[in-house]
Design a protein around this ligand. Structure first.
Ligand SMILES: *[C@@H]1O[C@H](CO)[C@@H](O)[C@H](O)[C@H]1NC(C)=O
Ligand SMILES: *[C@@H]1O[C@H](CO)[C@@H](O)[C@H](O)[C@H]1NC(C)=O
Ligand SMILES: *[C@@H]1O[C@H](CO)[C@@H](O)[C@H](O)[C@H]1NC(C)=O
Ligand SMILES: *[C@@H]1O[C@H](CO)[C@@H](O)[C@H](O)[C@H]1NC(C)=O
Length: 214
């Protein structure tokens, strides 16, 4: 599976541009699926289920520690991109931290200012059902300390996102995606997090989805 993801990235990066520069970034629908976050060195930083509300711009991502991966992190994030806040949840201990989001970039939505890069076909375009058409988008990271490349299907299902940044670059891949929110409860603030005060963001810190994995 990781090999497939990496191969896909390679294909994306070497695709010849059939540029239609007038394309505007699409917005993904409601989704439930599995996400993997790993460094370009192959270290898995998070693997688990996500739920995304495209209208409310809410994301829940819980790494699944019961899976036998050598993950270095255990995360449970509930992010509200519209409000610019997120919760780091510890369900076992029933505790959470509420923080401000300084950067709203995340791998399930293509930013409005992303630039269209190319359209490629992954697989065999000449056989019905064997090829999948993909749009590739790119842009700069907020602090200009890197850039990203995101690919999505024609239905705007994000397949993978690459973040080229220091100290390490990341690849985020999504799979087993369904176009619905299977469990809306996952997007609600847990009772033990309600009334939680907003933590102060230390000077120079930029909280974002990606920074949770650095
Ligand atoms: C997406 O989910 C939200 C929250 O459940 C719901 O309000 C909205 O209508 C859904 N959108 C679509 C297109 O199903
Ligand atoms: C973790 O993975 C196991 C095995 O696939 C699955 O049964 C379980 O529901 C998953 N847990 C979460 C929280 O996604
Ligand atoms: C898990 O990762 C750590 C740190 O990268 C490494 O030292 C260890 O050998 C890995 N274990 C396995 C079983 O891959
Ligand atoms: C959660 O509780 C366990 C056991 O009480 C403790 O060892 C651990 O440090 C706690 N984790 C956090 C994040 O507070």
């Amino acid at each position: 599976m990781y090999v497939a993801a990496v191969l896909f990235v390679f294909i994306s990066l070497t695709a010849t541009s059939q540029a239609d520069h007038h394309l505007h970034p699409c917005h993904s629908p409601n989704m439930t699926g599995t996400m993997i976050v790993m460094t370009m060195k192959g270290e898995i930083r998070g693997y688990g289920a996500f739920t995304y509300d495209s209208m409310g711009k809410k994301l829940r991502f819980r790494s699944n520690d019961s899976l036998n991966f050598n993950t270095t992190l255990s995360v449970d994030l509930l992010m509200f991109f519209e409000e610019g806040i997120f919760y780091e949840i510890d369900s076992k201990n029933q505790t959470c931290e509420k923080k401000a989001l300084q950067c709203r970039l995340h791998p399930l939505d293509i930013p409005d200012d992303a630039k269209f890069h190319s359209t490629i076909t992954s697989g065999n375009p000449f056989i019905e059902g064997e090829g999948i058409k993909i749009n590739v988008w790119s842009g700069s990271l907020m602090d200009k300390k890197g850039h990203y490349s995101m690919s999505a299907t024609m239905g705007c299902l994000p397949i993978s996102s690459l973040y080229f940044t220091e100290p390490s670059s990341f690849i985020v891949s999504n799979f087993d995606v369904e176009y619905e929110i299977k469990d809306p409860e996952l997007l609600a603030v847990p009772s033990f997090c309600q009334g939680q005060p907003l933590e102060e963001t230390p000077e120079g810190t930029v909280n974002s989805f990606l920074n949770e994995f650095i």
